[in-house]
Design a protein around this ligand. Structure first.
Ligand code: IPE
Ligand code: IPE
Ligand code: MG
Length: 239
């Protein structure tokens, strides 16, 4: 897959990725699952480079779900520490590339304060960047996000008849992020696993067989080419 095959005037503004298959990638090599998470990091940064290259403006990646807490404590701990270390190590590089970093998810007590501080520092450092917004969904669940939005709406004393879809949208974690145009899931699984439930109502879905650590910008380009072949209708009819 090469760049010329992509119509650069019709690149999806927002691409979302369920980065799945790290554990299987490692198991197939006789390695601990955590080695798969480490290998997955290179794939993420290659995807970021690919997104920058073709002009994707928003990239949202699923890094840790609200359901991932049910994994063995050792793996959960690794993921939390690993994400903190990665943030510290890579945020300057992201900043230099003009990437704005954002985090969406619950800020609950299971997350160490040092991790939250690292997230805030990275978001703050890169807040003025506009080339690409990389949103990391961490301790994220679509249902938790919608539930939280409902709580905020109720707490604000909004009358039921005043509540519209826009009200719900405006109370999500990051209301200024446009809905994903393209949603990619790797590892051959065909499900959302609680990712961006509200926002993906009309996203084009591309499921790839590749395990996340083997993902590269080439796969991103392939998914974008597939996206460009689709006809988006949003419930209407093309004239
Ligand atoms: C995705 O890879 C990363 C996270 C969920 C944190 P997995 O860890 O789910 O890998 P598989 O699906 O077990 O292969
Ligand atoms: C989704 O993958 C969550 C992330 C990629 C962070 P999972 O591996 O947790 O999803 P299931 O369990 O296969 O549905
Ligand atoms: Mg998985």
């Amino acid at each position: 897959m090469s760049l010329p095959e992509i119509d650069l005037s019709a690149v999806p503004a927002h691409v979302a990725c369920v980065m799945d298959g790290n554990g299987r990638w490692a198991e197939r090599r006789g390695l601990p699952r955590t080695a798969g998470h480490e290998a997955g990091l290179d794939a993420l940064f290659d995807a970021v480079d690919g997104a920058l290259e073709i002009g994707v403006q928003w990239l949202t990646v699923y890094a840790f779900s609200t359901e991932n807490w049910s994994r063995p404590l050792e793996e959960v701990r690794f993921l939390l520490d690993f994400n903190r270390a990665t943030l510290r190590a890579r945020r300057d590089e992201m900043h230099e590339r003009g990437v704005r970093l954002r985090f969406v998810g619950g800020r609950d007590r299971r997350l160490a304060r040092s991790l939250l501080r690292e997230m805030d520092a990275a978001a703050e450092l890169t807040a003025a960047n506009r080339r690409l917004t990389l949103t990391v969904a961490f301790n994220y669940g679509g249902r938790a996000e919608i539930t939280e939005a409902v709580r905020r709406i109720v707490a604000a004393g909004t009358r039921p008849e005043e509540i519209t879809e826009d009200t719900v949208g405006a109370n999500l974690f990051s209301p200024d992020i446009p809905d994903p145009d393209l949603l990619i899931r790797t590892s051959g699984e065909y499900r959302l696993s609680n990712f961006l439930l509200w926002q993906s109502a009309y996203s084009e879905m591309v499921f790839l067989d590749v395990l996340w650590p083997d993902f590269s910008r080439r796969h991103l380009l392939k998914a974008v080419v597939e996206y460009q072949r689709r006809e988006r209708r949003f419930g209407g009819l093309d004239q």
